[in-house]
Design a protein around this ligand. Structure first.
Ligand code: TRP
Length: 336
């Protein structure tokens, strides 16, 4: 008998434009996972409304994120890629799990503390229970593995705690998920402040490479990247964080090792090196941008893929949700 594939779940928020960091650190590494795992990737639009969104832009962004998943190479026949808000099971399980999550646990979440400081005028309850919705996402699909960045590990930890608590009361309902530790993507830092992660929401437009930036903009941003006064291409994160970040990006983009890069640019100035990084990143992103532009023109195809995948996600998630409702003791729904 063929062994069942493990289930893998991840997603991104439909907020802001994706950066090179999102691509090299996450999206690109999702591409062939479906060979080994049964994969679900959500467009996490329900999480996005914990921060105020402009409806017109938000609608476009979420759809663009979906198309970008496909453009990046996630085969929609082999992966279930879908919109979180199209599958009502997420909201339902999230409410239920709220009742199995302690305020003390949520009070410890560092992302909540950071975001409340940043959006002091809108500290809403959704921002507070954000991790519970994320737990629902993961647990609905009985995921074994969750590829997430460091900043989301605490949310995965609380997901495990909630699942274990629930299972402790009702028996084995949820699979206890683990962080995916396979090939981990590059951690890309800001081009203007290499102590900080490259971010979608950086106020300085030169700090981030956006996936839709054109080649000349990309080259210009790399030319302006903050480095040091040494003029030696050498990997040393503590003393040369700017150059080390550019080396990480060049390595992730070309597949060359750090030693190879040091050798390639021995005796060269930073200008040559920055030029090479800019060219390599522009070359990497051009085919992605072309594919994305093509897909955007094919509304019918995207609509068809959305419909099919929403349905797959709904079906898979309802199986868990039905079980949860039964275990809790909700009365049976009777429909003719
Ligand atoms: N909170 C995640 C982020 O901002 C996105 C997310 C929502 C997610 N639900 C998830 C990631 C479930 C993995 C699994 O990066």
């Amino acid at each position: 008998m063929a062994e069942e594939k493990k289930i893998l779940y991840s997603g991104m928020q439909a907020t802001g434009s994706l950066t090179l960091g999102n691509y090299l650190g996450a999206l690109r590494n999702w591409i062939n996972l479906n060979e080994e795992y049964e994969c679900f990737f959500g467009v996490m639009d329900m999480h996005s409304i914990t921060v105020r969104q402009n409806p017109t832009e938000f609608r476009q962004r979420a759809r663009d994120l979906f198309a970008l998943y496909v453009a990046a190479g996630l085969d929609p026949e082999k992966n279930c890629i879908y919109f979180q808000s199209h599958v009502s099971s997420h909201a339902e399980l999230s409410w239920i799990l709220n009742c199995y999550t302690y305020m003390g646990e949520l009070n410890r979440m560092t992302q909540f503390k950071d975001k409340s400081a940043k959006h002091a005028d809108n500290i809403n309850a959704g921002l507070y229970t954000y991790p519970v919705l994320m737990a629902a996402d993961i647990l609905l699909y009985q995921a074994d593995l969750v590829p997430v960045g460091k900043d989301q590990l605490q949310h995965l930890e609380i997901t495990r705690d909630i699942a274990q608590r629930f299972n402790g009361i009702y028996g084995d309902v949820f699979t206890i998920p683990e962080a995916y530790t396979g090939k981990i993507g590059a951690r890309v830092m800001s081009l203007q402040d290499p102590a900080r992660k490259m971010s979608k929401s950086d106020e300085n437009p030169n700090a981030s490479i956006f996936l839709m930036d054109d080649g000349n903009v990309i080259r210009k941003k790399f030319k302006r990247a903050v480095t040091d006064s040494e003029a030696e291409v050498r990997y040393d994160v503590a003393n040369k964080p700017g150059i080390s970040n550019l080396m990480d990006i060049y390595s992730a983009t070309t597949g060359k090792t750090l030693e190879e890069i040091e050798r390639e640019f021995a005796g060269c100035g930073y200008g040559d090196f920055k030029g090479a990084v800019g060219d390599a990143v522009a070359d990497l992103l051009t085919p992605l941008q072309e594919r994305f532009a093509e897909l955007k023109k094919d509304k019918e195809y995207i609509d068809r893929v959305i419909r099919a995948n929403d349905e797959k996600a709904f079906y898979a998630s309802q199986k868990t949700l039905r079980k949860v409702k039964k275990k809790i003791g909700f009365t049976e729904i009777i429909r003719c």
